[in-house]
Design a protein. Structure first.
Length: 166
């Protein structure tokens, strides 16, 4: 697959059903991705995407391979109003093809240009070596280590990482 066939953009309300399908698939592929609570129906998701796009403290960036949704990055507010939290997930079939990197960079560009955040943070499981390497390559630095519960309920070591926006 060439980069010409890939598209990276903000999610739109018309992406709601495809986004829900992607989230369900991601939840079955790895223990590093989990969904809290029940997923909404497509109409509710569409309204949520519209609300997100109307503000400057949330974003959903999607990756498409052709017309298939294959990954996403989100930035959401934290308790600290000057810091956002980023999350990224890509279908396993598309790992190690640069999609995660492009999603991260697109979301960070949005944060630097559109948001009022000074810093973006994330939590990554220590055993997710590919993701840790990706985040370090981008410039994230480990702030502390902690333990988090993975999607199957196991307590695993994790890094709390952050990057300053310029």
């Amino acid at each position: 697959m060439t980069n010409d066939e890939r598209t990276f953009r903000k999610a739109e309300s018309t992406d709601a059903q495809a986004l829900l399908t992607l989230l369900k698939a991601l939840g079955t592929e790895t223990t590093t991705f989990s969904i809290s609570g029940e997923l909404p129906v497509a109409d509710e998701e569409a309204k949520e995407i519209e609300k997100i796009n109307a503000g400057n403290d949330h974003v959903i960036i999607i990756a498409l391979a052709g017309d298939q949704l294959v990954g996403l990055a989100t930035i959401t507010p934290t308790v600290d109003t000057k810091a956002g939290e980023i999350g990224v997930a890509v279908l396993k079939k598309y790992w190690r093809q640069g999609i995660g990197l492009e999603l991260m960079l697109s979301a960070l560009d949005w944060a630097a240009i559109e948001s009022s955040y000074n810093e973006i943070s994330l939590t990554v499981q220590k055993n997710n070596l590919g993701a840790v390497a990706l985040y370090q390559k981008i410039g994230f630095e480990t702030i502390t280590t902690s333990h988090v519960e993975n999607s199957v309920g196991e307590l695993v070591e994790a890094y709390e990482m952050a990057i300053a926006l310029e």
